[in-house]
Design a protein around this ligand. Structure first.
Ligand SMILES: Nc1ncnc2c1ncn2[C@@H]1O[C@H](COP(=O)(O)OP(=O)(O)OP(=O)(O)O)[C@@H](O)[C@H]1O
Ligand SMILES: [Mg+2]
Length: 153
C-alpha cells in the first residue's frame, strides 16, 4: 500500500515555501519520481528545491542531456550529489539502462546520491523501493497541487 506523506497546493509566489516544507519532511528519501503532464512544473519545482539546498551548479532541464549532476553541501560539510534525470525522450527500460540511468538509481539506493526523476513512467522497473511518487497537477493557471506517496519500504 502507498502511504500519503504530503499534499500541498502552491503558486509561483509561495513555491519557495513549498520546497522548504517538502525537503523538511522528505530529505531522508533518496529516489524522487516526479510525475505530471508537460508543463506541470516538475523542472520548476526541482529548480526551487535545488535553490533551497544551495546547489553550486546551474540547474536546468535535462531534456537533452538526460542526466544533470549537481552538488550541495549537506550537514557537517559533507558533499552531497543529486542526479536530475529526464526520461521523457527514452522509449523503455532498455534505453534507460543504456543511458546510464540504472547506475544513478543504484547509487541513490545505496544512499550515495539523490535522484530527482522527471517522466519516471518511461522506465518504472528501474525505480528501487522505497521511492517517492510525486504527482503534480495543474489546478489553475498558476496553481499546482502536489501529492507525495511513499512506495515500498
Ligand atoms: N505553481 C507553479 N508551479 C510550477 N510552475 C508553474 C506554476 N505556475 C505556473 N508555472 C509555469 O508552468 C511552467 C512549468 O514548466 P516546467 O518546465 O517546470 O514543467 P515540466 O513539468 O518540467 O515540463 P516537461 O514535462 O516539459 O519537462 C513554467 O512556465 C512555470 O512558470
Ligand atoms: Mg521538465
Amino acid at each position: 500500500m502507498d502511504d500519503l506523506l504530503l499534499k500541498i497546493s502552491y503558486t509561483l509566489t509561495d513555491i519557495d515555501k513549498a520546497a522548504i516544507q517538502f525537503w523538511d519532511k522528505l530529505h531522508n528519501y533518496r529516489i524522487f519520481a516526479f510525475s505530471g503532464d508537460l508543463g506541470a512544473g516538475k523542472t520548476t519545482f526541482i529548480h526551487k528545491l535545488c535553490d533551497h539546498l544551495q546547489v553550486q551548479d546551474a540547474v536546468s532541464s535535462p531534456t537533452f542531456a538526460l542526466i544533470n549532476e549537481y552538488h550541495f553541501t549537506g550537514p557537517a560539510g559533507v558533499d552531497k550529489m543529486i542526479y536530475h534525470l529526464d526520461w521523457y525522450r527514452l522509449r523503455d527500460t532498455a534505453e534507460a539502462i543504456n543511458a546510464g540511468m540504472e547506475d544513478c538509481i543504484s547509487q541513490a539506493g545505496k544512499g550515495a546520491a539523490y535522484c530527482f526523476i522527471e517522466w519516471p513512467e518511461k522506465a518504472m522497473e528501474l525505480l528501487q523501493k522505497p521511492y517517492l511518487w510525486i504527482s503534480i497537477e495543474t489546478t489553475g493557471i498558476f496553481e499546482r497541487e502536489m501529492t507525495v506517496k511513499k512506495v515500498g519500504g
